[in-house]
Design a protein around this ligand. Structure first.
Ligand code: N01
Length: 888
């Protein structure tokens, strides 16, 4: 295909002045706008696209700075809606240059005859919803008004460049350029003294090429960033072969993945790998030159856990030191202030090596801030630099900037979007905003957008929106609007998701921190494109949940509610379990259920290392019982926590909650002794309860031998183990012989009735079912014995018990009896802390390194145990790094 045919070209501007009435107006003729136009037109809607630029291409139209390229492999960075298009266009490189990408958009525009419905060089200056007509009225800088029923922002996430933010720019006598608005005719930097301010992706791509042209280049760096070599060249054969072997499967895998690029989910955690293994994986990733590879394929904890992340970051830091010859410059270029990936990392070609050139100077703005731009150059508080050209690579008012720049967008009742978003962007699904009927955003704040392959997200958003418009038309609806409930629910889900990854721990454009005065919070959806897609589909399947639909000749429809109430990782785990289509556990028989649990546990991530793990035997109520001991790496003697595992008095053993015991041992700095108490049906009530008390007594008596602190012990347990821990406290109080200084009850069984609301609300679908609880009770305890406080501690006397921490989970049949126990303890004068894990299920806190959002609960539990044992609070360094900083 001769490239000249598709060269970017300015459109004919003669059609600019006519007013227009259409079904749909789209702002932006970039990646999203072009696909919207194609799909809407095919669906029979009349459409106009309003584009400020002189041609198609969006971000690729504006960002023409030297070195501009995509940094998702081009094989993954294109439209996939038309398989013929996929084969008609051939990319020349692994990472295409900006001119080639722009030619691609020209090619697409021509192939689908898109330009005729695009008004170029046209900026929307205001958009106002008119309730009376049910239409948006747009004003444009060309003077032509547009009336549309649906208004779609395809404005991109990084299209409103930040202003310079440095005093004196107007005084500068040389030339000033912005990477995001690079002159189309190019800039001759040969022999010039050039400054680049900013070391994000744009700076890092352009600096090596500017250094080659300029006489002198001075880089002004505020924050060093992580950059990886792109190793650009021909498209890698392996990925090309994958695509060519089965294009449909390849594209589908991308759509269901987390980042929009077909990579499998990494399951191995860093502590399962030797240092040599980790280094080998890292070197492979480094050589691959692929951001998604290095961000997702090293080890499972790299993006969700600060320790796992530090291992990658350290290896990258080593690489920087290897390349940059001057140690002081290398140190200045080495990032330490954010986890790898929390700020957008960059792909580079010769970036670090550029600082070995004699004509390149790095100015570390952390040590010598810029005072002002002067007539002759830039003055820091230490020195002055005489310059001919200043390049601002200082980034964008991301995600909201381009939407808010269309000012004002006025919705229902005269409310402006900027006032609604003053405290941070609010949206439902990142696609719509309550109070702004018929307004859609493509890759808006609240969608996976910039944390994904944009190509995949744009197609998904566009398809979803256009399909909704078609369905509405077919049903006679003319307006669609998100409800406040749905929007608030999405905000909560977004906040839950933001705890999954480390993005919240960095000051970046993802969080709005790069723009002075902007509200802070993680703006993109961090739950991944696959889960996001399934949520959008679920909204439709559940009758457009969270939307109000109206039309002239049709009854209003509003199925109000929140689309995701579970924590995002709980939703994923339950989804996977549902897909496994397991028979109910209670139908497996006791031995079958035990075998199942053993198999199931083999698939979980290995527990984290502790100082020492040992096995032993203790004296139970009627004979020896095995135990497992977890000792912290810190010097002892440590307080001892006697731990009782979960499993409905029927399943599990002293090592079935191994990851939980390890995690709590590390967090508390205490010895955990997990007891293998007797199980039903072989040993029915009160065997487990009596073993709990006997084991606790034995452990307290042998504390010194176990390396523990002599004196009182603590007890803890999950589920039926929580029941045993609670009962043990009552027996210890009544029978003496062991002093207990605190109890941790995690989702405990406390009572034998099933009439509390949580038993009905959460009867099925959350792994621990009502049916399974009936089965456990039947196997353990005959109905006549169930009211005995050794089975139902809620029915016992509660005065004089040790202080307690009671954790419950929102989606757990046992929730309300746990809460009731906490309340009853408090009423009886026992100091109690209660935690009801929002969006969590019965196993959330014990599925360590699977349910990441359970971490904050375990941190609180550990703090409570330390408090009971009289240990000082841990400082934030020692606490779980995952929650040590919560920006939002
Ligand atoms: O912008 P950035 P960008 N004084 O915000 C510094 C995508 N993209 O245009 O970190 C001094 O990342 C700022 O410092 P700090 C990609 O998603 C993709 O480079 O705020 N310095 C930072 O160093 C990317 O992430 C490609 O302390 C100031 C830099 O300027 C996004 O676009 C290519 C400053 C800005 O970095 C944005 O990248 C290019 C000030 N007042 C971009 N203000 C591809 O390859 C800001 N800085 C596809």
């Amino acid at each position: 295909m001769p490239e000249a045919m598709f060269a970017a070209r300015a459109s004919d501007a003669t059609n600019r002045e006519a007013a227009v009435t259409v079904d749909v107006a789209v702002v932006g003729a970039g990646f999203a706008g072009l696909y919207l136009l194609h799909r809407l037109r095919k669906a029979g809607f009349s459409v106009v696209v309003l584009e400020e630029g002189g041609d198609v291409g969006g971000t690729w139209y504006w960002n023409r700075y030297p070195g501009a390229r995509c940094d998702i492999q081009t094989i993954d960075y294109g439209y996939t809606f038309d398989p013929e298009l996929d084969t008609a266009w051939k990319w020349s490189e692994k990472y295409a240059t900006q001119p080639e990408i722009l030619r691609y958009f020209g090619f697409v525009a021509d192939r689908y005859d898109l330009r005729r419905d695009i008004r170029f060089c046209t900026k929307v200056t205001s958009a106002t919803w008119d309730d009376a007509t049910g239409r948006w009225q747009l004003a444009t800088d060309s003077g032509a008004a547009v009336s549309c029923r649906y208004y779609i922002m395809a404005t991109g996430c990084l299209s409103a460049p930040k202003p310079p933010e440095i005093d004196g720019v107007k005084d500068f006598k040389g030339k000033v350029h912005f990477t995001g608005r690079w002159p189309h005719e190019g800039v001759n930097l040969k022999g010039k003294r050039v400054a680049v301010i900013g070391t994000g992706s744009s700076g890092i791509q352009s600096i090596p090429l500017i250094a080659e042209q300029a006489a002198e280049l001075t880089v002004f760096q505020r924050t060093p960033n992580f950059a990886l070599p792109a190793h650009n060249g021909p498209q890698p054969g392996d990925r090309k072969a994958m695509l060519e072997n089965d294009p449909a499967a390849y594209r589908e895998q991308a759509r269901l993945s987390l980042a929009g690029v077909p990579y499998p989910q990494q399951m191995e955690v860093s502590w399962q790998l030797s240092e040599a293994d980790r280094r080998a994986r890292f070197e492979t990733a480094w050589a691959a030159g692929d951001l998604v590879h290095i961000l997702t394929q090293l080890w499972a904890d790299q993006a969700v856990d600060a320790d796992g992340n530090r291992l990658v970051a350290d290896l990258i830091r080593e690489k920087i030191q290897d390349v940059v010859k001057d140690p002081e410059i290398a140190a200045a270029l080495t990032p330490h202030d954010h986890p790898f990936g929390a700020k957008r990392p960059c792909l580079d070609t010769n970036y670090y090596a550029t600082y070995n050139r004699p004509n390149v100077t790095l100015v570390n703005l952390r040590q010598e801030p810029i005072k002002a731009i002067t007539a002759s150059g830039i003055a820091t508080d230490r020195r002055s630099f005489d310059l001919d050209v200043i390049v601002f690579a200082t980034g964008f008012d991301a995600m909201t900037g381009a939407i808010m720049a269309v000012h004002p967008i006025t919705g229902r009742a005269g409310k402006s979007l900027s006032s609604v978003w003053a405290g941070g962007p609010q949206s439902y699904l990142g696609l719509t905003v309550a109070g702004f009927p018929n307004l859609f955003m493509i890759t808006g704040p609240g969608s996976p957008s910039v944390l994904s392959n944009m190509a995949v997200s744009i197609e998904q958003h566009t398809d979803w929106v256009v399909d909704r418009l078609i369905a509405m038309r077919d049903a006679g609806f003319a307006t669609i609007e998100a409800t406040e409930t749905a929007q608030a629910g999405w905000a909560r889900h977004m906040a839950d998701c933001s705890m999954l990854t480390l993005h919240r721990l960095a000051n970046t454009w993802y969080t709005g921190a790069n723009v002075p005065g902007k509200a802070l919070g993680v703006m993109p959806y961090t739950g991944g494109v696959g889960p996001y897609r399934s949520i959008c589909n679920e909204v439709v399947e559940r009758g457009m949940l969270g939307f109000r639909l109206t039309g002239e000749n049709v009854a209003e429809q509003c199925n109000d509610g929140e689309i995701v109430r579970l924590q995002p990782d709980v939703r994923l785990v339950l989804g996977m379990l549902a897909q496994m289509n397991l028979p109910p556990i209670e139908t497996m028989g006791a031995q079958g259920a035990r075998d199942f649990l053993n198999e199931f546990n083999k698939g979980r991530p290995a527990g984290r290392p502790v100082g020492e793990v040992g096995d032993g035997v203790l004296q139970g109520a009627e004979g020896p019982l095995p135990f497992k001991l977890y000792r912290p790496a810190t010097p002892g003697p440590h307080p001892i926590v006697v731990y009782f595992h979960g499993g409905g008095w029927v399943l599990g053993d002293q090592q079935s909650d191994d990851p939980f015991c390890r995690d709590m041992c590390r967090r508390t700095g205490m010895i955990f002794v997990s007891v293998g108490y007797r199980h039903a049906p072989e040993h029915r009530f009160p065997a487990a309860a009596e073993d709990g008390y006997a084991a606790t007594r034995w452990i307290a008596e042998h504390a010194a031998e176990l390396g523990g602190r002599p004196g009182p012990v603590l007890v803890a347990g999950w589920s039926a183990g929580g029941n045993i821990a609670a009962v043990t406290c009552q027996l210890a109080r009544d029978r003496g012989g062991v002093e207990i200084e605190g109890q941790l009850l995690v989702c405990p069984v406390t009572d034998c009735t099933y009439d509390r609301p949580s038993y009905t609300e959460n009867a099925a679908g959350y792994f621990l079912t009502r049916g399974l609880m009936y089965w456990f009770w039947d196997i353990y305890c005959s109905p006549a014995d169930r009211a005995d406080p050794r089975a139902s501690p809620l029915r016992g006397k509660l005065e004089g018990l040790p202080p307690a921490f009671v954790a419950t989970a929102e989606f757990d049949p046992l929730r309300d009896e746990g809460i009731a126990y906490g309340e009853a303890l408090a009423k009886a004068g026992v100091p109690v802390e209660q935690l009801n894990g929002h969006g969590q299920f019965h196993s959330s806190f014990t599925m360590v390194d699977v349910i990441i959002t359970g971490v904050s609960g375990r941190v609180k539990m550990a703090e409570a145990l330390r408090g009971f044992a009289g240990l000082p609070r841990q400082d934030s360094e020692q606490r779980a790094p995952e929650i040590s900083v919560a920006a939002e």
